[in-house]
Write a protein that binds this ligand. Structure first.
Ligand code: HEC
Ligand code: HEC
Ligand code: HEC
Ligand code: HEC
Ligand code: HEC
Length: 188
C-alpha cells in the first residue's frame, strides 16, 4: 500500500482536524484551511489472516486458547508491559511440545525447525498505520479485554481482522470509557 508523503498526510490531518473540530463544536484548529474539502479518512487495508506462510509451522488458537485454555498473556507476554503484545518464540512452544503432540505431523515441523535453529515466521494480521501511536500496556492495564479489539480469537482456528481499526472505532470506545480524544494522543 503506498502512503502519501508526510506533508500531504499532515495537510489531511489538518483538514480533518477542522472538520472534526466543527463537528464537535470546538474551534481550536487552523481557521484558514476551513474552506477546503475534507478527504475521507483512509481505512486500513484488512490483511489476510493466518495460516503462516507456506511451509511454516501452523498455529491454532482454538486448540491452545480455546480447548486448553492457555492464557493469552502466557504467549503474548508483553501485552501488559509494553506497546507491543509480542509473539512467542520457538523455545516457548517447545516448552510444551518437547512432550506434547509429538505424534502430530504439524508438531514435527515445529520440532524440526527448532532443532535446525530456524525462527518461526508469521503473517502480521492486525495493524494501525505507522503515524498512529498505540500501546497495549495502558489498555490491558485499564482492563480492556483482548476480545473487545481482536474478537473471539480463542474460538477460531485462524486469526482474522474482522473490522479494521478505524479512527471512529478508537474514538467511540474512548468516549464511552472517558479516555482521551486529544488528536495528539494517537497522532504522532
Ligand atoms: C483514539 C485515537 C485517535 C484520536 C484521539 C484521533 N485519531 Fe485520527 N486516526 C486514528 C487512527 C487509528 C487512524 C487510522 C485509521 C483510519 O484512517 O481511520 C486515524 C486517522 C486519521 C486521519 C486520516 C489520516 C490518513 O492519512 O489516512 C486523519 C485526517 C485524522 N485521523 C485526524 C484526526 C484529528 C484531527 C483528531 C483530533 C480531533 C484525531 N484524528 C484524533 C486514531 C485517532
Ligand atoms: C500457545 C501460545 C498462544 C496463546 C495461548 C495465544 N496466542 Fe495469540 N498468537 C500465538 C501465535 C504463535 C500467533 C501467530 C500466529 C497466528 O497469527 O495465529 C498469535 C497471533 C495472535 C494475534 C494476531 C497477531 C497479529 O499478527 O496481528 C492475536 C490478535 C492474538 N494472537 C491474540 C490472542 C488472544 C486474545 C489470546 C487469548 C484468548 C491468544 N492470542 C492466545 C500464540 C498464542
Ligand atoms: C502450554 C503448552 C503449549 C504451548 C506453549 C504450545 N502448545 Fe501447541 N499444543 C498444546 C497442546 C496441549 C496441544 C494438543 C495436543 C494434542 O492434541 O495431542 C497442542 C497442539 C499443537 C499443534 C497440533 C495442532 C493440530 O492441528 O493438531 C501444533 C502444530 C502446535 N500445538 C503448535 C504450537 C506452536 C507453534 C506453539 C508456539 C507458538 C505452541 N504450539 C505452543 C500445548 C502447547
Ligand atoms: C484497545 C484495543 C486492543 C486491545 C484491548 C488489545 N489489542 Fe492487541 N492490537 C491492537 C492494535 C490496534 C494492534 C495493532 C498495533 C500496531 O499496529 O502497532 C494490535 C496488535 C496485536 C498483536 C500483534 C502485534 C503485537 O503487538 O505484538 C498481538 C499479538 C496482539 N495485539 C495481542 C493482544 C492480546 C493478547 C490482547 C489482550 C491481552 C490484546 N492484544 C489487547 C489493539 C488491541
Ligand atoms: C474498547 C475500548 C478501546 C478501544 C477500541 C481503544 N481504546 Fe484506547 N483507551 C481505552 C481506555 C479505557 C483508555 C484509558 C486508559 C487509562 O486511562 O488508564 C485508553 C487510552 C488510550 C491512550 C492513552 C491516552 C492517554 O491519555 O495517555 C492511547 C494513546 C490510546 N488509547 C490509543 C488508542 C488507539 C490508537 C485506538 C484505536 C486503534 C484505541 N486506543 C482504541 C479504550 C479503548
Amino acid at each position: 500500500m503506498s502512503r502519501p508523503g508526510r506533508s500531504a498526510r499532515w495537510t489531511g490531518v489538518a483538514l480533518a482536524l477542522v472538520a472534526i473540530a466543527i463537528a464537535f463544536g470546538s474551534f481550536e484548529a487552523h481557521p484558514q484551511s476551513a474552506a477546503a474539502p475534507v478527504p475521507p479518512p483512509a481505512i486500513a487495508e484488512v490483511p489476510p489472516g493466518q495460516p503462516s506462510p507456506a511451509g511454516e509451522v501452523p498455529f491454532n488458537h482454538q486448540i491452545h486458547a480455546g480447548q486448553f485454555k492457555i492464557p493469552c498473556l502466557d504467549c503474548h507476554a508483553y501485552a501488559d508491559k509494553s506497546p507491543s503484545a509480542g509473539l512467542p518464540s520457538g523455545r516457548k512452544c517447545m516448552g510444551c511440545h518437547k512432550f506434547v503432540g509429538k505424534d502430530k505431523p504439524e508438531v514435527q515441523i515445529l520440532v524440526k525447525r527448532f532443532e535446525d535453529g530456524q525462527p518461526l515466521r508469521w503473517e502480521r494480521v492486525f495493524a494501525v498505520p505507522d503515524f498512529i501511536y498505540f500501546s497495549h500496556r495502558m489498555h490491558v492495564r485499564a482492563k480492556v479485554e483482548c476480545k473487545e479489539c481482536h474478537g473471539d480469537v480463542a474460538a477460531g482456528k485462524i486469526v482474522r481482522q474482522e473490522k479494521p481499526f478505524t479512527m471512529g472505532r478508537c474514538l467511540t470506545c474512548h468516549e464511552e470509557r472517558n479516555a482521551s480524544r486529544d488528536c495528539l494522543v494517537c497522532h504522532k
